[in-house]
Write a protein that binds this ligand. Sequence first.
Ligand code: SF4
Length: 489
Amino acid sequence: MNESLYTISKSSFLKFEQCEKAFFLNKYRPELRDKLSMEKQLTFSRGHEVGKLAQFLFPGGVDVSEETSNLKAAEALTRQLIEERYPVIYEATFVYNQTLVMVDILVHTEQGYEAYEVKSSLKISPVYIKDACLQYYVLSNVLKESLRFFLVCLNDSYVLNGKLDVKQLFKKRDVTKTAIGNLSYFETQLDHALKSLKRTEVPEKALGAHCLSPYTCDFYGYCWHGILRNDKPGIFILSRAGKERLMDWFSNGIHLLEDLPDDVIGDKNLIRQKNAILSGKEIINQAALRKLLGHVNHSVCALDIEVYAPAIPVYQGKRPFEATPFLLTCVSGNHTHHYFKPYVEEDLTAFAEALIHFTKAYEYVLVFDASLENKVIEELKSKTPYTTELTLLQTKLTDLNLVQQDMNYYNPSFLSGTGLKTIAQALFPPLEFARLKIQDGLQAMHAYGTLSKEGDLFSQEETKQQLIDYCANDSNVTLQFFYYLKDKL
Ligand code: SF4
Protein backbone atom coordinates (compact mmCIF):
# COMPACT_ATOMS: atom_id res chain seq x y z
CA MET A 1 0.00 0.00 0.00
CA ASN A 2 1.19 3.52 -0.72
CA GLU A 3 1.73 5.01 2.74
CA SER A 4 3.00 8.34 1.38
CA LEU A 5 -0.59 9.61 1.11
CA TYR A 6 -0.45 10.04 4.88
CA THR A 7 1.99 12.27 6.69
CA ILE A 8 3.25 9.84 9.29
CA SER A 9 3.20 6.07 9.31
CA LYS A 10 4.19 3.81 12.18
CA SER A 11 7.61 3.08 10.69
CA SER A 12 8.30 6.72 9.83
CA PHE A 13 7.42 7.74 13.40
CA LEU A 14 9.94 5.23 14.73
CA LYS A 15 12.48 6.86 12.40
CA PHE A 16 11.63 10.23 13.94
CA GLU A 17 12.32 8.78 17.38
CA GLN A 18 15.72 7.62 16.17
CA CYS A 19 16.73 10.72 14.20
CA GLU A 20 14.84 13.73 12.86
CA LYS A 21 17.02 13.81 9.76
CA ALA A 22 16.19 10.18 8.92
CA PHE A 23 12.49 10.98 9.32
CA PHE A 24 12.76 13.98 7.00
CA LEU A 25 14.80 12.13 4.37
CA ASN A 26 12.40 9.21 4.51
CA LYS A 27 9.54 11.52 3.62
CA TYR A 28 11.16 13.73 1.01
CA ARG A 29 14.23 11.88 -0.27
CA PRO A 30 13.31 8.18 -0.05
CA GLU A 31 15.55 7.46 -3.06
CA LEU A 32 18.56 8.02 -0.74
CA ARG A 33 17.66 5.02 1.41
CA ASP A 34 20.16 2.17 1.46
CA LYS A 35 19.27 -0.85 -0.63
CA LEU A 36 17.20 -3.25 1.46
CA SER A 37 19.60 -5.91 2.72
CA MET A 38 18.81 -9.57 2.20
CA GLU A 39 18.73 -9.93 5.99
CA LYS A 40 16.00 -7.29 6.29
CA GLN A 41 14.03 -8.77 3.40
CA LEU A 42 14.09 -12.17 5.05
CA THR A 43 13.07 -10.66 8.39
CA PHE A 44 10.10 -8.96 6.69
CA SER A 45 8.98 -12.14 4.99
CA ARG A 46 9.30 -14.06 8.28
CA GLY A 47 7.20 -11.38 9.99
CA HIS A 48 4.56 -11.70 7.30
CA GLU A 49 4.40 -15.47 7.65
CA VAL A 50 4.14 -15.33 11.46
CA GLY A 51 1.54 -12.52 11.24
CA LYS A 52 -0.60 -14.61 8.90
CA LEU A 53 -0.42 -17.59 11.25
CA ALA A 54 -1.37 -15.43 14.25
CA GLN A 55 -4.65 -14.59 12.50
CA PHE A 56 -5.75 -18.13 13.44
CA LEU A 57 -5.82 -16.96 17.07
CA PHE A 58 -9.00 -15.18 16.05
CA PRO A 59 -10.24 -16.95 12.92
CA GLY A 60 -12.89 -15.81 10.49
CA GLY A 61 -11.88 -12.15 10.23
CA VAL A 62 -11.81 -9.84 7.21
CA ASP A 63 -8.30 -9.03 6.01
CA VAL A 64 -8.52 -5.42 4.90
CA SER A 65 -5.14 -5.58 3.14
CA GLU A 66 -6.43 -8.40 0.96
CA GLU A 67 -9.59 -6.52 0.01
CA THR A 68 -7.78 -3.47 -1.32
CA SER A 69 -4.28 -2.11 -1.83
CA ASN A 70 -5.53 1.47 -1.72
CA LEU A 71 -5.13 3.10 1.70
CA LYS A 72 -8.14 5.38 1.40
CA ALA A 73 -10.28 2.39 0.50
CA ALA A 74 -8.72 0.37 3.35
CA GLU A 75 -9.56 3.11 5.82
CA ALA A 76 -13.11 3.36 4.49
CA LEU A 77 -13.58 -0.42 4.64
CA THR A 78 -12.27 -0.51 8.22
CA ARG A 79 -14.71 2.26 9.17
CA GLN A 80 -17.56 0.33 7.61
CA LEU A 81 -16.59 -2.89 9.42
CA ILE A 82 -16.38 -0.99 12.71
CA GLU A 83 -19.84 0.48 12.16
CA GLU A 84 -21.14 -3.02 11.45
CA ARG A 85 -19.49 -4.26 14.67
CA TYR A 86 -17.62 -6.86 12.66
CA PRO A 87 -16.06 -9.21 15.24
CA VAL A 88 -12.54 -9.68 13.80
CA ILE A 89 -10.58 -7.44 11.42
CA TYR A 90 -7.03 -8.06 10.20
CA GLU A 91 -4.86 -5.12 9.11
CA ALA A 92 -7.52 -2.68 10.34
CA THR A 93 -6.47 0.71 8.92
CA PHE A 94 -6.88 3.96 10.88
CA VAL A 95 -5.78 7.55 10.52
CA TYR A 96 -5.77 10.16 13.25
CA ASN A 97 -3.79 13.41 13.50
CA GLN A 98 -2.28 12.65 10.06
CA THR A 99 -0.89 9.41 11.46
CA LEU A 100 -1.59 6.08 9.82
CA VAL A 101 -1.59 2.73 11.61
CA MET A 102 -2.57 -0.75 10.47
CA VAL A 103 -3.51 -3.02 13.34
CA ASP A 104 -2.60 -6.68 12.84
CA ILE A 105 -5.73 -8.03 14.56
CA LEU A 106 -8.67 -6.09 15.95
CA VAL A 107 -11.29 -8.00 17.90
CA HIS A 108 -14.67 -6.67 19.02
CA THR A 109 -15.85 -8.17 22.29
CA GLU A 110 -18.72 -7.42 24.66
CA GLN A 111 -16.30 -5.36 26.76
CA GLY A 112 -15.04 -3.31 23.84
CA TYR A 113 -12.08 -3.68 21.49
CA GLU A 114 -8.91 -5.72 21.79
CA ALA A 115 -6.02 -4.92 19.45
CA TYR A 116 -3.11 -7.31 18.81
CA GLU A 117 0.25 -6.43 17.30
CA VAL A 118 2.16 -9.57 16.27
CA LYS A 119 5.96 -9.81 16.38
CA SER A 120 7.94 -12.69 14.93
CA SER A 121 10.39 -12.81 17.82
CA LEU A 122 10.71 -14.43 21.22
CA LYS A 123 11.11 -11.23 23.21
CA ILE A 124 9.30 -7.93 23.41
CA SER A 125 11.70 -5.05 22.88
CA PRO A 126 11.27 -1.39 23.93
CA VAL A 127 10.75 -0.49 20.23
CA TYR A 128 7.83 -2.93 20.03
CA ILE A 129 6.27 -1.26 23.05
CA LYS A 130 6.69 2.14 21.44
CA ASP A 131 5.10 0.79 18.27
CA ALA A 132 2.12 -0.53 20.28
CA CYS A 133 1.74 2.76 22.19
CA LEU A 134 1.61 4.74 18.94
CA GLN A 135 -1.12 2.44 17.63
CA TYR A 136 -3.01 2.76 20.89
CA TYR A 137 -2.79 6.55 20.61
CA VAL A 138 -4.44 6.49 17.16
CA LEU A 139 -7.00 3.80 17.98
CA SER A 140 -8.09 5.35 21.27
CA ASN A 141 -8.81 8.58 19.44
CA VAL A 142 -10.81 6.90 16.69
CA LEU A 143 -12.70 4.11 18.43
CA LYS A 144 -15.40 5.17 20.79
CA GLU A 145 -15.32 2.08 22.98
CA SER A 146 -13.01 0.73 25.61
CA LEU A 147 -9.75 -0.59 24.18
CA ARG A 148 -7.06 -2.99 25.33
CA PHE A 149 -3.79 -3.42 23.46
CA PHE A 150 -1.68 -6.58 23.38
CA LEU A 151 1.72 -7.38 21.99
CA VAL A 152 1.93 -10.94 20.73
CA CYS A 153 5.22 -12.80 20.27
CA LEU A 154 6.40 -16.39 19.91
CA ASN A 155 6.37 -18.52 23.03
CA ASP A 156 9.90 -19.86 23.67
CA SER A 157 8.63 -22.65 25.89
CA TYR A 158 6.26 -24.04 23.27
CA VAL A 159 7.36 -27.44 21.92
CA LEU A 160 5.77 -28.89 18.80
CA ASN A 161 4.03 -32.09 19.78
CA GLY A 162 1.67 -33.38 17.15
CA LYS A 163 -0.33 -30.75 15.29
CA LEU A 164 0.77 -27.11 15.57
CA ASP A 165 -1.16 -25.47 18.41
CA VAL A 166 -1.42 -21.81 17.46
CA LYS A 167 -2.84 -20.79 20.83
CA GLN A 168 0.19 -22.25 22.63
CA LEU A 169 2.70 -21.07 20.01
CA PHE A 170 2.00 -17.43 20.79
CA LYS A 171 2.02 -15.52 24.06
CA LYS A 172 0.65 -12.08 24.65
CA ARG A 173 1.41 -9.14 26.91
CA ASP A 174 -1.14 -6.49 27.81
CA VAL A 175 0.49 -3.08 27.29
CA THR A 176 -2.67 -1.01 27.73
CA LYS A 177 -1.53 0.65 30.97
CA THR A 178 1.80 1.69 29.47
CA ALA A 179 0.03 2.99 26.37
CA ILE A 180 -2.43 5.06 28.43
CA GLY A 181 0.42 6.43 30.53
CA ASN A 182 2.20 7.60 27.38
CA LEU A 183 -0.66 9.19 25.46
CA SER A 184 0.52 12.73 26.07
CA TYR A 185 4.07 11.78 25.06
CA PHE A 186 2.85 10.61 21.66
CA GLU A 187 0.65 13.67 21.25
CA THR A 188 3.70 15.89 21.83
CA GLN A 189 6.09 13.82 19.71
CA LEU A 190 3.68 13.68 16.79
CA ASP A 191 3.26 17.42 17.05
CA HIS A 192 7.07 17.81 16.79
CA ALA A 193 7.24 15.35 13.92
CA LEU A 194 4.54 17.19 11.97
CA LYS A 195 6.31 20.50 12.53
CA SER A 196 9.58 18.95 11.42
CA LEU A 197 8.01 18.07 8.09
CA LYS A 198 7.20 21.72 7.45
CA ARG A 199 10.91 22.48 7.26
CA THR A 200 12.26 23.35 3.86
CA GLU A 201 15.76 22.05 4.50
CA VAL A 202 17.15 18.76 5.75
CA PRO A 203 17.58 18.99 9.56
CA GLU A 204 21.18 19.11 10.78
CA LYS A 205 22.14 16.06 12.80
CA ALA A 206 25.61 15.02 13.85
CA LEU A 207 26.58 11.42 13.17
CA GLY A 208 26.71 9.26 16.24
CA ALA A 209 25.52 6.20 18.13
CA HIS A 210 21.91 6.92 17.14
CA CYS A 211 22.82 5.95 13.53
CA LEU A 212 23.02 2.34 14.69
CA SER A 213 20.53 2.25 17.51
CA PRO A 214 17.96 0.83 17.96
CA TYR A 215 18.44 -0.20 14.30
CA THR A 216 20.99 0.62 11.62
CA CYS A 217 19.49 3.69 9.96
CA ASP A 218 18.14 3.31 6.40
CA PHE A 219 20.25 6.32 5.40
CA TYR A 220 23.46 5.04 6.96
CA GLY A 221 25.21 4.60 3.61
CA TYR A 222 24.17 8.07 2.49
CA CYS A 223 25.17 9.98 5.65
CA TRP A 224 28.39 8.06 6.27
CA HIS A 225 29.47 7.90 2.65
CA GLY A 226 32.55 10.16 2.84
CA ILE A 227 33.60 8.74 6.18
CA LEU A 228 33.24 5.05 5.32
CA ARG A 229 34.85 5.41 1.92
CA ASN A 230 37.86 7.47 2.85
CA ASP A 231 41.09 6.42 1.12
CA LYS A 232 42.69 5.98 4.51
CA PRO A 233 41.47 3.32 6.97
CA GLY A 234 38.93 4.60 9.46
CA ILE A 235 38.48 3.71 13.12
CA PHE A 236 35.42 1.54 12.41
CA ILE A 237 37.75 -1.20 11.20
CA LEU A 238 38.38 -1.84 14.90
CA SER A 239 34.88 -3.28 15.25
CA ARG A 240 35.99 -5.49 18.15
CA ALA A 241 36.23 -2.30 20.22
CA GLY A 242 32.39 -2.24 20.32
CA LYS A 243 29.93 0.31 18.97
CA GLU A 244 29.96 2.50 22.06
CA ARG A 245 33.70 3.09 22.14
CA LEU A 246 33.89 3.60 18.38
CA MET A 247 31.13 6.19 18.48
CA ASP A 248 32.77 7.84 21.46
CA TRP A 249 36.06 8.20 19.56
CA PHE A 250 34.19 9.37 16.49
CA SER A 251 32.27 12.05 18.45
CA ASN A 252 35.60 13.26 19.81
CA GLY A 253 36.77 13.96 16.27
CA ILE A 254 38.90 10.84 15.76
CA HIS A 255 37.87 9.42 12.38
CA LEU A 256 41.01 7.87 10.94
CA LEU A 257 42.91 4.97 12.38
CA GLU A 258 46.20 6.84 12.12
CA ASP A 259 44.78 9.54 14.41
CA LEU A 260 43.78 7.09 17.13
CA PRO A 261 46.47 7.10 19.86
CA ASP A 262 47.43 3.78 21.46
CA ASP A 263 46.72 5.07 24.96
CA VAL A 264 43.17 5.95 23.91
CA ILE A 265 42.67 2.44 22.48
CA GLY A 266 44.04 0.80 25.61
CA ASP A 267 43.43 -2.82 24.59
CA LYS A 268 46.67 -4.47 23.42
CA ASN A 269 45.03 -6.62 20.72
CA LEU A 270 43.29 -3.63 19.20
CA ILE A 271 46.59 -1.76 19.15
CA ARG A 272 48.21 -4.71 17.36
CA GLN A 273 45.34 -4.77 14.86
CA LYS A 274 45.74 -1.05 14.24
CA ASN A 275 49.47 -1.42 13.65
CA ALA A 276 48.94 -4.39 11.31
CA ILE A 277 46.50 -2.40 9.18
CA LEU A 278 48.66 0.71 9.07
CA SER A 279 51.84 -1.23 8.27
CA GLY A 280 50.15 -3.80 5.99
CA LYS A 281 51.93 -6.62 7.87
CA GLU A 282 50.14 -9.72 9.14
CA ILE A 283 50.26 -10.78 12.78
CA ILE A 284 51.53 -14.30 13.44
CA ASN A 285 51.94 -15.55 16.97
CA GLN A 286 54.09 -18.57 16.18
CA ALA A 287 54.01 -20.02 19.70
CA ALA A 288 50.22 -19.82 19.97
CA LEU A 289 49.64 -21.20 16.48
CA ARG A 290 52.02 -24.08 17.17
CA LYS A 291 50.11 -24.88 20.35
CA LEU A 292 46.81 -24.88 18.47
CA LEU A 293 47.85 -26.56 15.23
CA GLY A 294 51.39 -27.94 15.62
CA HIS A 295 50.16 -31.44 16.49
CA VAL A 296 47.56 -31.57 13.72
CA ASN A 297 48.97 -33.84 11.02
CA HIS A 298 47.73 -34.25 7.47
CA SER A 299 45.07 -36.77 8.42
CA VAL A 300 42.49 -34.00 8.34
CA CYS A 301 39.15 -33.21 6.83
CA ALA A 302 37.12 -30.00 7.11
CA LEU A 303 33.52 -30.19 8.22
CA ASP A 304 30.67 -27.73 7.94
CA ILE A 305 27.08 -28.18 9.11
CA GLU A 306 24.08 -26.07 8.13
CA VAL A 307 21.05 -25.80 10.36
CA TYR A 308 17.45 -24.76 9.86
CA ALA A 309 15.88 -22.73 12.67
CA PRO A 310 12.40 -21.59 11.58
CA ALA A 311 10.36 -19.18 13.67
CA ILE A 312 7.46 -21.61 13.47
CA PRO A 313 8.65 -25.11 14.40
CA VAL A 314 8.09 -27.75 11.73
CA TYR A 315 9.72 -30.78 13.36
CA GLN A 316 8.36 -32.66 16.36
CA GLY A 317 9.99 -31.78 19.67
CA LYS A 318 11.27 -28.41 18.45
CA ARG A 319 10.66 -24.92 19.85
CA PRO A 320 10.37 -21.69 17.83
CA PHE A 321 13.78 -20.85 16.31
CA GLU A 322 15.31 -24.11 17.55
CA ALA A 323 17.89 -25.40 15.08
CA THR A 324 17.78 -28.72 13.21
CA PRO A 325 20.80 -29.83 11.15
CA PHE A 326 19.97 -30.46 7.49
CA LEU A 327 23.26 -30.47 5.58
CA LEU A 328 26.84 -31.42 6.18
CA THR A 329 29.83 -31.30 3.88
CA CYS A 330 33.14 -32.92 4.57
CA VAL A 331 36.16 -32.00 2.43
CA SER A 332 39.57 -33.64 2.37
CA GLY A 333 42.16 -33.54 -0.40
CA ASN A 334 40.14 -33.66 -3.61
CA HIS A 335 37.13 -35.37 -2.05
CA THR A 336 33.90 -33.68 -1.05
CA HIS A 337 31.18 -35.65 0.67
CA HIS A 338 27.80 -34.36 1.68
CA TYR A 339 24.63 -35.47 3.36
CA PHE A 340 21.39 -33.59 2.75
CA LYS A 341 18.40 -34.21 4.99
CA PRO A 342 15.12 -34.06 3.01
CA TYR A 343 12.89 -31.22 4.23
CA VAL A 344 10.09 -33.52 5.37
CA GLU A 345 12.45 -35.87 7.22
CA GLU A 346 12.48 -35.63 11.03
CA ASP A 347 14.72 -38.58 11.87
CA LEU A 348 18.30 -37.54 12.57
CA THR A 349 19.76 -41.05 12.60
CA ALA A 350 20.77 -40.94 8.93
CA PHE A 351 22.40 -37.56 9.53
CA ALA A 352 24.43 -38.94 12.45
CA GLU A 353 25.45 -42.00 10.42
CA ALA A 354 26.67 -39.84 7.52
CA LEU A 355 28.57 -37.57 9.90
CA ILE A 356 30.35 -40.51 11.52
CA HIS A 357 30.97 -42.25 8.20
CA PHE A 358 32.58 -39.25 6.47
CA THR A 359 34.82 -38.27 9.38
CA LYS A 360 35.88 -41.57 10.96
CA ALA A 361 38.98 -42.07 8.76
CA TYR A 362 40.58 -38.82 9.94
CA GLU A 363 42.49 -38.02 13.10
CA TYR A 364 41.44 -34.38 13.04
CA VAL A 365 38.24 -32.72 11.92
CA LEU A 366 38.63 -29.03 11.19
CA VAL A 367 35.72 -26.70 11.81
CA PHE A 368 35.37 -22.95 11.91
CA ASP A 369 33.69 -21.95 15.17
CA ALA A 370 32.99 -25.30 16.81
CA SER A 371 30.08 -24.07 18.92
CA LEU A 372 27.46 -24.95 16.28
CA GLU A 373 28.99 -28.32 15.42
CA ASN A 374 29.24 -29.21 19.12
CA LYS A 375 25.63 -28.23 19.70
CA VAL A 376 24.46 -30.35 16.77
CA ILE A 377 26.55 -33.34 17.90
CA GLU A 378 25.14 -33.04 21.43
CA GLU A 379 21.62 -33.21 20.00
CA LEU A 380 22.52 -36.19 17.81
CA LYS A 381 23.98 -37.94 20.86
CA SER A 382 20.69 -37.57 22.68
CA LYS A 383 18.47 -38.60 19.77
CA THR A 384 20.40 -41.38 18.02
CA PRO A 385 22.10 -44.59 19.20
CA TYR A 386 25.61 -43.29 18.33
CA THR A 387 26.72 -41.64 21.56
CA THR A 388 30.17 -43.32 21.64
CA GLU A 389 31.04 -42.54 18.01
CA LEU A 390 29.84 -38.96 18.30
CA THR A 391 31.76 -38.41 21.55
CA LEU A 392 34.89 -39.60 19.77
CA LEU A 393 34.18 -37.19 16.92
CA GLN A 394 33.97 -34.31 19.40
CA THR A 395 37.52 -35.08 20.57
CA LYS A 396 38.75 -34.71 16.97
CA LEU A 397 37.23 -31.30 16.37
CA THR A 398 39.84 -28.59 15.83
CA ASP A 399 38.43 -25.10 15.79
CA LEU A 400 40.30 -22.79 13.37
CA ASN A 401 38.38 -19.79 14.59
CA LEU A 402 40.47 -19.97 17.78
CA VAL A 403 43.53 -18.74 15.87
CA GLN A 404 41.81 -15.38 15.55
CA GLN A 405 41.29 -15.06 19.28
CA ASP A 406 43.84 -12.82 20.92
CA MET A 407 45.07 -11.89 17.43
CA ASN A 408 47.19 -15.01 17.15
CA TYR A 409 46.73 -14.66 13.44
CA TYR A 410 45.50 -11.54 11.69
CA ASN A 411 45.84 -10.45 8.10
CA PRO A 412 45.45 -6.72 7.43
CA SER A 413 43.19 -7.50 4.45
CA PHE A 414 40.67 -8.95 6.89
CA LEU A 415 39.97 -5.37 8.03
CA SER A 416 37.01 -5.67 10.43
CA GLY A 417 35.87 -9.11 9.26
CA THR A 418 36.46 -12.37 11.11
CA GLY A 419 34.40 -15.00 9.27
CA LEU A 420 35.11 -17.45 6.46
CA LYS A 421 33.78 -14.99 3.90
CA THR A 422 36.46 -12.50 4.92
CA ILE A 423 39.17 -15.16 4.90
CA ALA A 424 38.18 -16.37 1.42
CA GLN A 425 38.06 -12.85 0.05
CA ALA A 426 41.46 -11.96 1.49
CA LEU A 427 43.42 -15.17 1.03
CA PHE A 428 41.67 -17.44 -1.46
CA PRO A 429 39.90 -15.30 -4.07
CA PRO A 430 38.85 -18.31 -6.20
CA LEU A 431 36.76 -19.46 -3.22
CA GLU A 432 35.13 -16.07 -2.75
CA PHE A 433 31.51 -16.38 -1.68
CA ALA A 434 30.29 -13.64 -4.04
CA ARG A 435 30.19 -16.15 -6.92
CA LEU A 436 27.74 -18.38 -5.01
CA LYS A 437 23.95 -18.10 -5.20
CA ILE A 438 23.74 -18.59 -1.41
CA GLN A 439 26.21 -16.51 0.53
CA ASP A 440 25.44 -16.84 4.21
CA GLY A 441 23.75 -18.99 6.83
CA LEU A 442 20.56 -16.92 6.90
CA GLN A 443 20.08 -17.25 3.15
CA ALA A 444 20.82 -20.96 3.46
CA MET A 445 18.10 -21.37 6.07
CA HIS A 446 15.62 -19.47 3.95
CA ALA A 447 16.49 -21.52 0.85
CA TYR A 448 16.00 -24.76 2.79
CA GLY A 449 12.61 -23.49 3.99
CA THR A 450 11.53 -22.88 0.39
CA LEU A 451 11.92 -26.60 -0.32
CA SER A 452 8.62 -27.12 1.46
CA LYS A 453 6.93 -24.81 -1.06
CA GLU A 454 8.74 -25.27 -4.38
CA GLY A 455 6.52 -27.56 -6.40
CA ASP A 456 8.66 -28.67 -9.31
CA LEU A 457 11.48 -31.09 -8.89
CA PHE A 458 13.86 -29.09 -11.05
CA SER A 459 13.82 -25.98 -8.84
CA GLN A 460 14.06 -28.17 -5.71
CA GLU A 461 17.18 -29.85 -7.08
CA GLU A 462 18.62 -26.48 -8.08
CA THR A 463 18.14 -25.08 -4.56
CA LYS A 464 19.58 -28.22 -3.04
CA GLN A 465 22.70 -27.95 -5.21
CA GLN A 466 23.12 -24.26 -4.30
CA LEU A 467 23.00 -25.21 -0.63
CA ILE A 468 25.56 -27.96 -1.08
CA ASP A 469 27.86 -25.58 -3.02
CA TYR A 470 27.64 -23.01 -0.24
CA CYS A 471 28.32 -25.51 2.54
CA ALA A 472 31.16 -27.19 0.61
CA ASN A 473 32.74 -23.80 0.03
CA ASP A 474 32.76 -23.20 3.81
CA SER A 475 34.51 -26.55 4.32
CA ASN A 476 36.96 -25.80 1.52
CA VAL A 477 37.92 -22.38 2.89
CA THR A 478 38.39 -23.95 6.33
CA LEU A 479 40.73 -26.59 4.86
CA GLN A 480 42.69 -24.05 2.78
CA PHE A 481 43.03 -21.78 5.82
CA PHE A 482 44.49 -24.69 7.76
CA TYR A 483 47.13 -25.35 5.07
CA TYR A 484 47.87 -21.63 4.87
CA LEU A 485 48.47 -21.45 8.62
CA LYS A 486 50.48 -24.68 8.64
CA ASP A 487 52.84 -23.08 6.11
CA LYS A 488 53.42 -20.23 8.54
CA LEU A 489 54.66 -22.52 11.31
S1 SF4 B 1 22.66 7.97 9.37
FE1 SF4 B 1 22.55 8.91 11.36
S2 SF4 B 1 22.49 11.11 11.04
FE2 SF4 B 1 22.05 10.13 9.06
S3 SF4 B 1 19.83 10.08 9.01
FE3 SF4 B 1 20.50 8.15 9.85
S4 SF4 B 1 20.50 8.38 12.05
FE4 SF4 B 1 20.38 10.42 11.13
